[in-house]
Design a protein around this ligand. Structure first.
Ligand code: CA
Length: 659
């Protein structure tokens, strides 16, 4: 399409009158199946004709018939087919400006191979036994979350997983699996570790992996959306039958729920894989995307385009999609990729829609973009605008992420745990979950000079995620002259910080056994952007759990400790201000604080120095729960307070009856 035409559309769609005349509020977009009739409704206000095409399969030349749709209210087109269409595939042919284009229904609930046709589906037939009435694991406050970020394929592809359904959703249903040393893997591992949520990298239908070549070593993270309301076919056992991926995704969710683990989806509404030829753009050219002043697709995603969440029907699409995943698949949370592209109003309306179903559903995202956006900064859900969104919407803290171990953009940069001076205030900023606290000097905080979270429920604290080097690889590069033993201490100190900070705790799968993504056999070159790297780079190497079982036990112990002390998971800034005091007058590279809970006081000390330190804590009977390489809910020793000794590069956690 000529840019000038796109630009004309853009102005046309940006007119409030257009939105008012064409906003369709109903909940029946897509194909609504009943045994006797399937009713189709498509929003296409600029179309002059729309045909509904029915097919036997998702990818063969087997058109059954094409049915003209009729114009209905608010720019929608409708058709009713009076027979049982369950399992029948469909597309729309939409004519705009005398040009007809075939598109998949953005509201499709099932698709065929590679997502090139929608499929009409009787969703009730896809529920595993007991799913409709299942109980979700109990969960109350966002700050109770301990989130484990995992890619579906990575979870099971390595031989050491001991799993059968390698690379599939169903791997999450396999209990009793073990690695080469008979240590538990898979869902048993997750349960033993004690995390509250798994966060799945994009698991809706994405474009880049070819579902006709299922047995081959293909890989993608999945940040290339194609069909938002359908699970990815590559993770199913049969992508050519639309109902299979739906059933298998539900079985995965059910198995995780039965093991006490909630499920978060990484969602990527900020852009689509295709631009001009996306389904959105084939149906209503120019409506769903932001454009630059000179008529090109704007590109705040750095992936070729950015969607226009401020447009009424794009906003509605996102809200409808999120609600659909909750209601149909029982999803418990959403991580919004490049959330800073979306406008604050959309994020707030999603929150309101979710609150009506279940307020404990998590919402968090990246409070930044991948480039410039034409929508003004003040309207978008950037980290600095967290004050404009609901207190139950959180952003990732890159402040703490890089303050702990160095910038993700530099291999050599270091942070608090691995030898950089002057990082104390950034660590304290993490401890108070980016909120306001009168003992934090914000002028000395990494990347921010003011608190950006109004409540601790707005901060996700982390040291590693799928992007960039794993924590262990980062330490290998930034601290190549340090011993493995010292790097393990740095890694454990990082874990101690993440798991004793206020806010939401998050880490990448495998961090608990020193995950590495080496590109070569020698293990000296590491992948920092493994979005399409082979399995040998990406997959979880479960045997490492046994190699580093002490590291695993440290993570497990800290998780258990965090879960048993509500004082580490306070829900309001006021509570933190009233109950958390930093110790002052400490030597450099030490952060320590005391936090009160009911009749107890917890004292947490982080020593990033390479020497043992001594510091003063109040006299009393202190039970030590974490020290050097050990952490957990069992008392390691009892000391009397006064002067305490903390080992090199380590955390110490002590608890006493109220002082
Ligand atoms: Ca796909």
């Amino acid at each position: 399409m000529e840019n000038i035409i796109v630009m004309d559309y853009y102005k046309y769609f940006s007119n409030r009158e257009f939105e008012e005349a064409n906003f369709y509020e109903g909940n029946d977009l897509g194909a609504v199946w009943t045994k006797g009739e399937t009713f189709f409704r498509l929003w296409a206000p600029t179309a002059t004709a729309v045909m509904l095409n029915l097919f036997e399969t998702g990818d063969q030349e087997d058109l059954i018939e094409s049915i003209p749709m009729v114009i209905d209210e608010k720019g929608t087109w409708v058709a009713a087919v009076n027979r049982n269409l369950n399992g029948i595939y469909y597309t729309y042919s939409v004519t705009v400006e005398n040009e007809s284009k075939e598109a998949v229904d953005p509201y499709a609930k099932a698709v065929g191979t590679n997502g090139n046709r929608g499929m009409v589906i009787d969703l009730s037939s896809t529920d595993p036994a007991g799913f409709a009435k299942e109980n979700k694991p109990l969960f109350e406050n966002a700050t109770d979350a301990i989130i484990y970020e995992i890619h579906v394929r990575d979870f099971s592809m390595d031989q050491s997983s001991g799993m059968t359904n390698t690379g599939k959703f169903l791997a999450f249903t396999e209990e009793g699996t073990v690695n080469s040393f008979s240590d538990p893997t898979g869902i048993d591992h997750l349960k033993d570790l004690g995390i509250t949520h798994v966060h799945l990298l994009p698991s809706f239908d994405y474009a880049t992996v070819d579902e006709t070549r299922m047995g081959e070593d293909q890989f993608n993270w999945g940040y290339d959306p194609k069909n938002y309301n359908v699970p990815e076919g590559f993770y199913s056992t049969n992508p050519s039958r639309g109902e299979i991926r739906v059933m298998e995704f539900k079985r995965m969710v059910q198995a995780l729920h039965q093991n006490g683990i909630r499920v978060i989806m990484d969602v990527v509404y900020n852009h689509t894989m295709e631009c001009e030829e996306s389904n959105f753009n084939r149906i209503v050219p120019g409506y769903y995307y932001r454009m630059t002043a000179d008529g090109y697709f704007s590109n705040a995603s750095a992936c070729g385009n950015e969607t226009a969440s401020e447009r009424a029907m794009m906003r509605k699409f996102i809200i409808d999609s999120v609600v659909y995943w909750v209601e149909e698949y029982h999803i418990d949370g959403f991580r919004f990729d490049l959330m800073g592209i979306h406008d604050c109003q959309t994020m707030n309306e999603i929150r309101e829609a979710l609150n009506r179903i279940d307020p404990s559903i998590l919402m968090y995202g990246e409070g930044w973009t991948g480039g410039q956006s034409p929508l003004p900064d003040y309207e978008r859900a950037l980290k600095v605008n967290m004050c404009k969104v609901d207190s139950n919407i959180a952003a990732f803290s890159d402040n703490l992420r890089d303050g702990i171990k160095g910038s993700v953009f530099s291999k050599w940069d270091r942070g608090f745990v691995n030898g950089k001076e002057g990082m104390e205030e950034t660590i304290k900023f993490g401890v108070v979950a980016s909120t306001s606290h009168n003992q934090v000097n914000y002028q000395r905080v990494n990347y921010s000079n003011a608190p950006w979270a109004s409540q601790p429920t707005q901060t996700v604290n982390y040291a590693s995620a799928h992007d960039n080097l794993t924590l262990w690889d980062k330490l290998a590069l930034s601290n190549e002259n340090d011993s493995i033993q010292d790097r393990i201490k740095m890694n454990l100190l990082s874990a101690a910080i993440i798991l004793t900070c206020q806010g939401i705790a998050f880490f990448q799968a495998g961090e608990e056994f020193l995950r590495s993504k080496p590109r070569d056999e020698e293990g000296t070159v590491f992948e920092e952007n493994s979005y399409n790297s082979p399995d040998f780079v990406n997959s979880l190497k479960w045997d490492r759990k046994s190699d580093y079982i002490d590291v695993y036990n440290y993570y497990k112990g800290l998780i258990a400790f965090r879960k048993s002390y509500r004082a580490l998971r306070m829900t309001t800034t006021a509570e933190i201000q009233a109950n958390l005091r930093f110790l002052e007058g400490l030597q450099p590279n030490v952060v320590a604080f005391m936090v009160n809970q009911a009749k107890e006081t917890i004292c947490v000390i982080y020593n990033a120095n390479r020497e043992t330190i001594n510091l003063q804590i109040p006299e009393g009977e202190w039970n030590v729960y974490a020290k050097e390489l050990l952490a957990g809910t069992e008392v390691l020793e009892t000391i009397t307070g006064g002067e305490v000794t903390v080992g090199p590069i380590s955390a110490m956690i002590l608890v006493t009856q109220h002082l």
